[in-house]
Design a protein around this ligand. Structure first.
Ligand code: PRP
Length: 184
């Protein structure tokens, strides 16, 4: 059986430091929203683990919804196009919406997605991303809440994948270069 951990060059954030940072992040979100009702919108699949951990630290009244969009397909290179594979089931008009992303990278996905959601007239639309790679940005997208800023490395774990693998690693690790270069 394959040991997925052997493909990780270095652990960037251990499980324990992720838990600490998520509590801090939730504290900032709790302070910002107070007792306002919030619709948490998880962008699948990468945000699933972050969403679940963050949501349990929030104290405001929260509703869950999810979208599944894809900008990368199975490639490591962003295509700059967003494909909505699953839409919301909630009418977000007049609601406070907090988008939950695993990673803000080029910004291409959100550059396409944010205007689509804004057209639905939410009371507010904010972005919370677990990881933020500012060096890779191609579009002027900024997160309102960020877990960690990271360098331009290919990271996996804690929801993030390469070719759909590694999502269940409990930490964030840098993937060995040969793993994705051998597949191109
Ligand atoms: C990832 C991630 C973001 C997007 C960020 O999704 O979850 O949605 O890429 O990249 P960008 O800022 O360069 O647009 P992906 O399409 O890989 O799907 P996944 O969440 O199912 O892994």
């Amino acid at each position: 059986m394959k040991n997925w951990e052997q493909d990780v060059k270095k652990v960037l954030f251990h499980q324990e430091e992720i838990a600490i940072r998520i509590k801090e992040l939730a504290g900032a979100i709790n302070e910002y929203y107070g007792d306002k009702e919030l619709v948490l919108v998880g962008i699948l699949k990468g945000s699933a683990i972050f969403f679940a951990d963050l949501a349990r630290e929030l104290s405001c009244p929260v509703m869950f919804d999810f979208m599944c969009v894809s900008s990368y397909g199975s490639s490591a290179v962003s295509s700059g196009m967003v494909d909505i594979k699953k839409d919301l089931t909630t009418d977000i008009a007049g609601k406070n919406v907090l988008l939950i992303e695993d990673i803000l990278d080029t910004g291409n996905t959100l550059h396409e997605l944010l205007p689509i959601l804004s057209e639905r007239k939410p009371a507010s639309l904010k972005l919370c991303c677990f990881l933020n790679k500012p060096d890779r940005r191609q579009k002027p997208i900024q997160a309102d809440f960020t877990g960690f800023y990271i360098p331009d490395e290919f990271v996996v774990g804690y929801g993030l994948d390469y070719n759909e693998n590694y999502r269940n690693l409990p930490y964030v690790g840098i993937l060995k270069r040969n793993v994705y270069e051998d597949c191109e």
